[in-house]
Write a protein that binds this ligand. Sequence first.
Ligand SMILES: *[C@@H]1O[C@H](CO)[C@@H](O)[C@H](O)[C@H]1NC(C)=O
Ligand SMILES: *[C@@H]1O[C@H](CO)[C@@H](O)[C@H](O)[C@H]1NC(C)=O
Ligand SMILES: *[C@@H]1O[C@H](CO)[C@@H](O)[C@H](O)[C@H]1NC(C)=O
Ligand SMILES: *[C@@H]1O[C@H](CO)[C@@H](O)[C@H](O)[C@H]1NC(C)=O
Ligand SMILES: *[C@@H]1O[C@H](CO)[C@@H](O)[C@H](O)[C@H]1NC(C)=O
Length: 944
Amino acid sequence: MMKILSLFILLLLVPVHVRSLNPPLNDDVLGLIVFKADIQDPYGKLVSWNEDDDSCCNWVGVTCDPRSNRVFELVLDGFSLSGKIGKGLLQLQFLHKLSLAKNNLTGNLTPVLTRLENLRDLDVSENSLSGSLPGDFFHQCGSLRSISLAFNEFTGEIPDNLSSCSTLASLNFSCNQFSGSLPSGLWSLEGLRSLDLSNNQLGGEIPKGIEGLNNLREINLGRNKFTGVVPDGIGSCSLLRSIDLSFNSLSGNLPNTMQKLTLCNNLNLRKNSLVGGVPDWLGEMRSLETLDFSDNSFSGQVPISIGNLQSMKVLNISMNDFTGSLPDSMNNCKNLLAIDFSQNSFTGTLPGWIFQLGIQEVLLSGNRLTGSMDSPLSSSLDNSSKKLLVLDLSHNAFSGQIPSSVGDFSSLQVLDLSENWLDGSIPLDIGRAISLKQLRLDKNSFVGTIPTSIANCSSLTSLILSRNNLTGPIPAAVAQLTNLQTVDLSFNRLTGTLPKQLANLANLLSFNISHNQLQGPLPAGGFFNTISPSSVAFNPSLCGAAVNTSCPTVLPKPIVLNPEPSDSPPGSIPQNLVRKKSVLSISALIAIGAAAVIVIGVIAITVLNLRVRSSTSRSAAALVLSGGDDYSRSSTTDANSGKLVMFSGDPHFSTGAHALLNKDCELGRGGFGAVYKTVLKDGRPVAIKKLTVSSLVKSQEEFEREVKKLGTVRHPNLVSLEGYYWTPSLQLLIYEFISGGSLYKHLHEGYGGNSLSWNDRFNIILGTAKSLAHLHKVNIIHYNLKSSNILIDSAGEPKVADFGLARMLPMLDRYVLSKKINSALGYMAPEFACRAVKITDKCDVYGFGVLVLEVVTGKVPIEYVEDDMVVLCDMVREALEEGRVEECVDGRLQGNFPADEVIPVMKLGLICTSQVPSNRPDMEEVINILELIRCPSEGQDEFM
Ligand SMILES: *[C@@H]1O[C@H](CO)[C@@H](O)[C@H](O)[C@H]1NC(C)=O
Ligand SMILES: *[C@@H]1O[C@H](CO)[C@@H](O)[C@H](O)[C@H]1NC(C)=O
Ligand SMILES: *[C@@H]1O[C@H](CO)[C@@H](O)[C@H](O)[C@H]1NC(C)=O
Ligand SMILES: *[C@@H]1O[C@H](CO)[C@@H](O)[C@H](O)[C@H]1NC(C)=O
Ligand SMILES: *[C@@H]1O[C@H](CO)[C@@H](O)[C@H](O)[C@H]1NC(C)=O
């Protein structure tokens, strides 16, 4: 250290004498050691710099000229050096290149350039150097070729002497605080190829005379305070590749000379005050790849010649006053990646090329575009639709519906259709756009429900559907979208209760459901503990702390979250029926009351009608209320009185007087209606399904035709339909009564106390397969297969219920259908979410496959375990792949099963749940396979 200090003092005070010392000290070693002594080197990058060395040519960062052995280059980029650049470097008289970029150096740079006469490249970018450059800073720059002071804190004006640096090719002063106007001598640097003065405080007009820079490749004056016009002479810089004048206050028109810039690939004029039209000659600038005219005051139409710009990748003309339609000629711009035409006054319809060129970002918001999205979208169904990432059509006047082909945009991350005139329902296919992060459909006129398929969009962070006319419940599926941050469903007509699981959405920042008709308790926990009252306001029946209303104790549970079957099939008696009766919930009482009011209306008229005809016959509806022992036997088709038909023509039934509906004997409710048990005069019990009227708007003729068809379907493994009752407002289906409880209860609620043996289970699987095969033979799709729809009779035979009801829906709409059967989530074949795939009887095969796995494992198809969802078929498939499938078999079989039957049966179940319908076997094949599986172990009684 003493040596350094003494050298330093010597150097500063008596430099002349230092050189004459004997033995002569190397100037370069001395200079570098002094430089090192001035700075901090926290990571010891310069330890190899040793003052005892005779030569510094092997030191890190140092390169010497082999002939003179003098230091030629010093490159210390990114060494984390801090402190000031001292005078030591002035010793390096032969230095050509000095690069100290990306350090933490402070102080100013004054002496370096003025004294190092041989310096050609100077790079001190990305430090914290400051101060202004003195007037003579460029005094000695006779050999300087490139200088970068970028990303420092230099202030003051750029010295005029710069014009003396006649060899300068590259000047980079970007990201400093330079101010004042440009030195006029700048344009005399004929060798200049690259000029970057961006991000400073420079102002005034851009001086004339730029045409002198005929070597200029790149000019960046962006983010300064330049005023005046774009200089005319710029067109003479014919080698220009990149022009950036963005974020200034330039005004006037585009100079016509620019058309000569045929090599220019980047033109950025964003955020200035440029005016006038974009001339036709724009099409001459054929190398353009990025063109940004955004945030100016350009007007008029976009010239057709823009179609000549075939290298164009990014075109941004947003925030101007452009008018006319989106130019069709752009069809030729095959390389486009992003277009931003937002916030102009474009009119006309959406051109097809938007979706045909494979563009990734399409931003057209805030214009006056009209027409439907349908035809341009539907005409683009090829691979190009897979590339779209962002589609923003918000704030226009688009109308019509969202086409289902929106689901083909499998990479789409942002879909913004807000503030248009769109209507119709949100297509189920939205669930195929699985990359969606933001979905904004607010301020339109959408109707219908929020599709449950939204659960497939698992990356969703924003879901904004406010200010539409959406109805129905908030699907529990929303709770599976764990990335959700912002949800706005306000100002709709949503009903029902909020799924409890919403409380598990850990990333929620806002959840606005105000101005709806939601009811029941707010979810407890998580975000919902601190939800702001305004986000939930104006839902008269919502309860919980945030709305200052306490909740009644018993409330209906949301469908999917409730593992109990809500759709009890005809004939099954809920085990806890008796218990349930005594604790009927308030809401159930209200529901019964409401039903009663409707029924009373029907009765009143019916009674009047029947009185006229016969004083002895009474109305069916009256019986509904009385719970007494009457029933309607009218066979008229009068609009107000009922028509009862028993397929068997049972004489007891048609003459007796028994109750058809007895509300005390309600067995359950489901998507298609409530089920009651009743006993005929002859003592025979039947199950009666009261169909939900609103879902069945078919005419009486159609209703009767379908019911009669279902009535002819007879099979030992099907619950048979015995008759029906029809009035315009009340429709009943009369079924055979099966006493043994549903398969669901046997498997999951321990019905009857004994668990099913393997043989029982195999029989149930086989019987169910046979019933489905029979249905398919007569062209009936069940649509709603699930364990709660399979009843077990006293002999242990399965009887499949509830088949074919979907045929009575007004139309076989998969949306309505999946809504009706959504309590069967987990059994529903994937093609329900996919409009492009026809729904065939293979959807039953899928449900059957799930059922098989359920029967073998004793587990429900989808199980919610804390915040996780276990999908049965995935679990079994995984276990099979890992060779531990036997672990999945129901523990209640206690190892008492033949593996050579059980494992093939599970594999069959997995094959039946293939994603692709055509990969699933048909039910006849399933039966054959099952019988083959059964044969080898026929005699193994010990397993029963
Ligand atoms: C510069 O110094 C700051 C703290 O003074 C430090 O956080 C930063 O990492 C340093 N940068 C470099 C490039 O060493
Ligand atoms: C540098 O500029 C100063 C004043 O701005 C002037 O006096 C001096 O002659 C110039 N020197 C050179 C070499 O251009
Ligand atoms: C100027 O320097 C900065 C920082 O090193 C760099 O990012 C920028 O690209 C340079 N400008 C030009 C035109 O090379
Ligand atoms: C287009 O420019 C505007 C404003 O200058 C900007 O906000 C927008 O992000 C740009 N669009 C694209 C696609 O880069
Ligand atoms: C919603 O529907 C009502 C009645 O059908 C209608 O008056 C209203 O304008 C609709 N609102 C929207 C936002 O479409």
